[in-house]
Design a protein around this ligand. Structure first.
Ligand code: ATP
Length: 235
């Protein structure tokens, strides 16, 4: 279980996140909905330890993460798939996936984790020797998620995974998130595709100008008129 309380991020004088608290259980998909610039990326980066923050507490399965460096946070069981994927285009799919297995917690189970990533994204099996930058956007996203899974995370953070993908590819991607949940992993998802993400998520939070302004089950959020107006295109 990931628990965050009192998390704030500032870039100079600009406060991007203010006193944010949230939780993600294992085997749960939690979506963060917010407009452009509301602080969603900053939230994921702060939890993953890649931007400076002030925080009361971030803990994962009872272990404090708030003072850990980013690589120790990966060792503790949390993996971030950043916006834009962050894969190495010149490297092959296999090399990209294996880079995710550098975490000590994952080394002993490298083969098992590779098989799990491939079973989740069977298309990657035939592409293992292909340079990642010659793959389609959807396939590159599979590589990025597969690489994060190679570190055997308890919690996966995903920043806009469906951005720029065709609808049919989005469908495959969201189906894979369901399988990741079935494997016992908790998912914290930032998504502009509110409709699809509320179909698959268990719970969600609304974020506006750096503050959490609402939360509920996915069903409650789908029925909320304010959510429907702001994110689901209902007049
Ligand atoms: P988007 O949906 O457009 O990606 P977001 O909700 O992910 O936006 P963030 O990227 O977290 O929002 O940005 C929150 C605020 O912090 C914005 O006003 C942004 O301009 C600002 N910001 C983000 N990164 C930096 C930075 N490195 N330096 C200064 N300001 C930043």
């Amino acid at each position: 279980m990931l628990e965050v309380s009192g998390l704030s991020v500032a870039y100079g004088k600009h406060r991007a996140l203010d006193d944010v608290s949230l939780s993600v259980a294992q085997r749960e998909i939690v979506v963060i909905l917010g407009a452009n610039g509301s602080g969603k990326t900053s939230l994921l980066k702060a939890i993953a330890g890649v931007v400076p923050k002030s925080v009361s507490r971030i803990s994962l399965c009872g272990r404090d993460l708030d003072k850990m460096r980013a690589n120790d946070i990966v060792e503790a069981g949390l993996a971030l798939v950043p916006e834009g994927r962050g894969i190495f285009g010149e490297l092959t799919v296999r090399e990209n996936l294996l880079l995710g297995a550098y975490a000590k917690r994952a080394r002993a189970k490298e083969r098992e984790n590779l098989e799990r990533a491939i079973s989740l994204f069977p298309k990657l099996a035939q592409r293992m020797k292909q340079a990642a930058n010659t793959m389609s956007g959807g396939e590159q996203q599979m590589v990025a998620i597969g690489r994060a899974l190679m570190s055997a995370p308890d919690i996966l953070l995903l920043d806009e995974p469906s951005l720029g993908l065709a609808p049919v590819v989005c469908g495959e991607l969201f189906a894979s998130l369901g399988k990741i949940r079935e494997a016992g992993i908790g998912v914290l998802l930032v998504e502009q595709n509110a409709k699809r993400s509320l179909q698959i998520a268990d719970r969600g939070y609304l974020i506006e100008t750096g503050r959490i302004t609402g939360e509920g089950s996915a069903a409650q959020l789908r029925e909320d008129p304010a959510v429907q107006r702001a994110y689901l295109g209902v007049a």
